[in-house]
Design a protein around this ligand. Structure first.
Ligand code: 3H9
Length: 686
């Protein structure tokens, strides 16, 4: 068998150029070389009148080969390959299935025609790697699809369906049935067309474009541009297509691409691309371990969490039995699920039939025994060990043999929960993040006795319901919430020492987090975990709760909220903090610098992450980054807390923590791993 990923065959006078480069036909050096070789051969062959470029396996080219980034370049460059295809004197048709992404979409744009299966998707996801389409995509894209769609594709990175692409002219024909057969027939139809429609020469859609569309887009999507350099560069290069001739535009694109590629944000994002994929690998578990079959899922509890969890499975076509204690709670829970689906349908992201299809898979029940038919049962009741133990004891008697018993606990000990059953090997933690139907992260908590095939099932199922799963060990708060603890503790201490909630939050938001610790507390509910005794005031949260300042839901928490839930700093909260300080005998406050806030709230998180690693509660540093990016909105262009710690330098983190050590007090202790990394000049992630 030849190693060459590119081959060709003739169908009459149509030459098919095949790429076969699993898993995703990435455009590595051998693919690029083969494509140029075959285009030249087809052009030189008098027996060939048209060419089809197609891919074997699950997808059309999914883009440049990311694993080549940062290595010495191998010729030909992707931009030259696209140019060579476009310059071909015979018509070239791209036959698209799966996903034509990034460089793959650019190859398609270099072809004179594009046909695609209805299920195909096209996109420019480069922005997710901190880049822009750098093989002429920013210049050909707007010429073919129009500047507005090209802008949306490149800045959001979200792929579009073949239908949308066809509507915009990016796909010439949607194929039903055999792609290759129809692509060859299409090539026959166009084989004598001259001049050939070359994307780089199609100027009609980029002439007289109102420059205001770019400002409007930016205004509408301001969030995407915050702190992140790639969206802006994508916008500028697409705008350039409407202002410059093709050659100049391509030069501008190249300059911007190189700028991005050599910058820290692209490196962080590319690291994260592989981190996310690595997260699904389970240490010490053989690839040959088969997952258990999950035909029906049971969910205990129809509250916010139980409902959200159920929706994941329903949306993926997996039937769910949801069990509650009383009819009211059951009706309320299922009613909210329906409302959520209907809201999605109103936004055009689901059809009415899909809503009914999903809800039709739901079996609401008041009878615990109904869980006996489920292959996976997820308990989602409130955080109380005794309640959970009671439920698992009951489940042990009801669940069928081989069923997986999972708890959605966010803090509690899975081993203790498993110990009440006669099958601890079937017990696992499945920690979904709220809102569970939206948040991508799933912590899969591995108990001491959890069986390998239970973990393999959890990871496979996560992929099916479009979550990113990370394996965590048993410890208080697992990976994500455990790292939240020092941050929260220090943030509140800072208030006592003189900082305001707005100052602490501002530092976090400027860092790139979606919100700071106090904004997050107000959103989640200041009263979460509160002992409900207004006379017992042990910290500022207790003091706020005692005055019914429970956060956004009450219109008051650390901040005041108007009727549109817009926050403003609160004099009442300032007074409550002042009063609490007095109670604690704190008479003096001081100016607190932003750097101190970073050191006390972010460096302490890194220290906790290092402890999690050294205790083996996370499999790898990059898994911690995945948790924080998908679970808490850590800015992806900073790569996650452990990658960021490496960028800062572990020695700098240690220095900062030592500077703060006295203020951190005895709740703080250094991670030995962090100290070792700092001393040896080593990194966590690289
Ligand atoms: C670009 O094109 C730049 C140009 O504009 C300009 C250049 C000058 N390269 O995600 P999966 C691997 S930038 C190398 O689990 P799925 C991946 O690591 C590129 N490897 O599958 C994994 O390996 P492993 C723009 C790649 O079915 C395996 O393939 N393109 C690449 O869930 C399976 O991946 C993109 O950003 C790659 N380009 O999803 C597209 N892509 O098994 C990135 C994947 O060892 N890719 N791998 O862990 C994707 O979005 C998804 O992989 C895709 C399939 C949707 C295609």
């Amino acid at each position: 068998m030849s190693d060459d990923p590119i081959s060709s065959e003739n169908h009459g006078d149509v030459r098919i150029i095949w790429s076969d480069n699993p898993p995703v036909n990435a455009l590595g050096a051998a693919v690029r070389q083969g494509l140029v070789r075959e285009i030249e051969a087809a052009e030189a062959d008098d027996g060939v009148n048209a060419v089809v470029i197609a891919c074997k396996g699950r997808t059309f080219f999914a883009g440049a080969d990311i694993s080549e980034f940062g290595k010495p370049p191998v010729m030909p460059w992707l931009p030259d390959v696209v140019d060579r295809i476009e310059a071909c004197t015979k018509p070239v048709v791209a036959a698209i299935h799966g996903t034509a992404l990034g460089g793959g979409c650019e190859i398609a744009l270099g072809c004179h025609y594009r046909v695609a299966l209805g299920s195909a998707k096209l996109g420019f996801p480069e922005v997710n790697l901190g880049l822009l389409p750098g093989a002429g995509g920013t210049q050909r894209g707007p010429r073919v699809a129009g500047p507005e769609l090209a802008l949306q594709m490149a800045v959001t990175g979200k792929p579009i369906s073949a239908q949308v692409a066809a509507g915009a002219g990016l796909v010439d024909k949607i194929i039903e049935g055999d792609l290759l057969e129809h692509a060859v027939a299409y090539a026959h139809e166009v084989k004598d067309t001259r001049p050939l429609p070359r994307s780089s020469e199609r100027n009609e859609r980029i002439e007289n474009v109102d420059p205001a569309i770019f400002d409007e887009f930016k205004k509408k999507n301001a969030k995407l541009f915050r702190g992140d350099v790639a969206p802006q560069a994508n916008l500028e290069t697409i705008k350039a297509a409407t202002e410059m001739p093709f050659d100049k535009g391509v030069m501008f694109e190249r300059t911007k691409f190189m700028e991005l590629m050599s910058g820290p944000q692209a490196r962080a994002r590319q690291y994260f691309f592989f981190a996310e994929r690595k997260a699904s690998k389970i240490d010490g578990v053989d690839d040959s371990v088969a997952p258990r079959e999950i035909k029906r899922v049971g969910v205990i509890g129809a509250g916010t969490m139980g409902g959200g969890i159920s929706m994941n499975f329903l949306s993926a076509g997996i039937p769910v039995t949801i069990v509650e204690m009383n009819q009211d709670a059951l009706d309320r829970g299922t009613g909210i699920m329906r409302k959520n689906y209907e809201a999605t349908a109103r936004k055009g992201r689901m059809t009415a039939e899909q809503v009914e299809g999903a809800m039709g898979l739901l079996k609401p029940s008041l009878n615990f025994d109904d869980l006996g038919e489920c292959d996976l049962i997820i308990e989602a009741v409130y955080e109380n060990m005794d309640v959970k133990k009671e439920i698992f004891t009951k489940l042990d008697g009801i669940a069928k043999q081989g069923a997986i018993l999972a708890s959605n606990t966010s803090y509690l000990d899975i081993n203790e929960i498993a110990s009440v059953t006669k099958r601890p090997e079937d017990v696992v933690g499945l920690h979904f993040f709220s809102p569970a139907n939206i948040m991508k992260l799933l912590e899969v908590v591995r108990g001491d006795k959890t069986a390998d095939d239970v973990l393999v099932t959890a990871m496979a199922l996560a992929k099916k319901i479009r979550k990113v799963a990370v394996i965590a060990g048993v410890c208080y708060g697992f990976i994500g919430n455990r790292m939240l603890i020092p941050r929260q503790l220090e943030a509140e201490k800072l208030l006592l020492e003189g900082a305001t909630p707005a100052q602490v939050d501002k530092v976090h938001v400027e860092f790139g987090m979606p919100m700071g610790p106090f904004q997050m507390a107000d959103l989640a509910g200041v009263d979460i975990g509160w002992h409900r005794d207004p006379s017992r005031i042990e910290n500022i949260r207790d003091a706020l709760c005692a005055k019914e300042r429970w956060g956004q839901k009450k219109g008051a928490g650390f901040y005041d909220y108007d009727e549109n839930r817009r926050p403003s700093p609160s004099d009442v909260t300032a007074g409550i903090i002042e009063e609490f300080r007095a109670k604690k005998g704190i008479t003096e406050t001081r100016e607190i610098s932003d750097q101190e806030i970073v050191e006390r709230t972010l460096y302490t998180m890194v220290n906790e992450g290092a402890k999690i690693l050294e205790e083996g509660k996370a499999q790898r540093a990059s898994d911690i980054d995945v948790v924080w990016i998908y679970g808490y909105g850590w800015p992806v262009y900073r790569g996650g807390p452990m990658y960021w710690a490496d960028s800062e330098g572990p020695d700098k983190i240690v220095e900062g923590l030592k500077r703060q050590q006295e203020r951190l007090g005895d709740t703080f202790s250094f991670s030995q791993l962090l100290l070792d990394k700092a001393e040896k000049g080593e990194k966590f992630t690289r």
